[in-house]
Design a protein around this ligand. Structure first.
Ligand code: BTN
Length: 257
């Protein structure tokens, strides 16, 4: 039984093309949430940069549709809230374990389990008619979590919760918990801004202060992961002493390629 935060609608499906796509259809039809679209499987799940997101039953495929209450450019910071919500959820369920689960975060919004990707997040924003002749913005926070299955041959090595830990978590409970945590984090962001999220994210950041590779289109650069800026950009220290601020890209770890 799903327990969502007060005011959230639930749209639940056995199968969808993509929960982000369904959330977008609903937004364009005038419903900008708050709502959760959850599907047991997807036929056209999508990842970042137009990649496919393999969507076998047993994993989590959900999209949270909200009115962010701030400009969409700023609302991209909520991708950090989404990865924190996934991390908190996985930790909730394994809190009684003798050893903490090795969950870390990879910029901008991947959740790693033992250095392999266990969750990916895709934010999509848009604007829809408000019914009064104007437009209003909406944000879709799409979240995939590999509970049972992990894709093979992904650009960054992937794992699942079951493969890595043997732990079985009911999908509906994970959807509930992620939504509860995400809702709380969105409220923090709306009232106190990005700083608290940034600090919580940095406390679990993978490879902070270490060498990473960043791929931007055809271009790959290496440097030291220095920080995440007050806006959410990656700050990379280059070998020649210069500092680069990166707003979009894929991070890889030189020792795991
Ligand atoms: C990534 O490339 O890491 C982002 C993956 C996001 C996948 C989720 S699954 C639920 C939602 N619906 C989609 O089609 N994509 C997102």
């Amino acid at each position: 039984m799903l327990a969502l935060p007060e005011g959230y609608a639930l749209y639940e499906y056995d199968i969808l093309d993509s929960t982000n796509e369904e959330a977008s259809r609903r937004a364009q039809a005038g419903d900008i949430g708050p709502a959760v679209v959850w599907a047991k499987t997807q036929t056209a799940g999508r990842g970042r940069r137009g990649r496919e997101w393999v969507s076998k039953p047993g994993n989590v495929f959900m999209s949270v549709l909200i009115d962010p209450g701030k400009p969409l450019t700023e609302a991209s910071q909520l991708s950090f809230a989404a990865s924190l919500a996934v991390k908190r959820t996985l930790e909730d369920v394994t809190s009684s374990w003798p050893e903490p689960m090795p969950i870390t975060l990879k910029w901008p919004n991947d959740v790693l389990l033992a250095d392999q990707k266990v969750s990916g997040i895709l934010l999509e924003g848009g604007s829809a008619p408000d019914g009064n002749g104007g437009q209003r913005d909406y944000l879709i926070i799409g979240i995939g979590v590999n509970l049972k299955h992990a894709p093979e041959g992904a650009p960054f090595p992937a794992t699942s919760l079951v493969a890595n830990t043997g732990a079985q978590m009911p999908v509906d409970e994970v959807v509930s918990r992620i939504t509860q945590h995400l809702h709380a984090l969105i409220e923090v962001w709306q009232t106190s801004g990005f700083l608290p999220l940034r600090l919580e994210w940095l406390a679990s950041a993978d490879r902070l202060g270490e060498t990473i590779d960043v791929q931007q289109g055809e271009n790959r650069i290496q440097g030291t992961f220095l920080d995440v800026s007050a806006e959410g950009a990656l700050q990379l220290g280059l070998e020649d002493g210069r500092e680069e601020t990166i707003h979009a890209g894929d991070v890889y770890f030189p020792d795991s390629q």
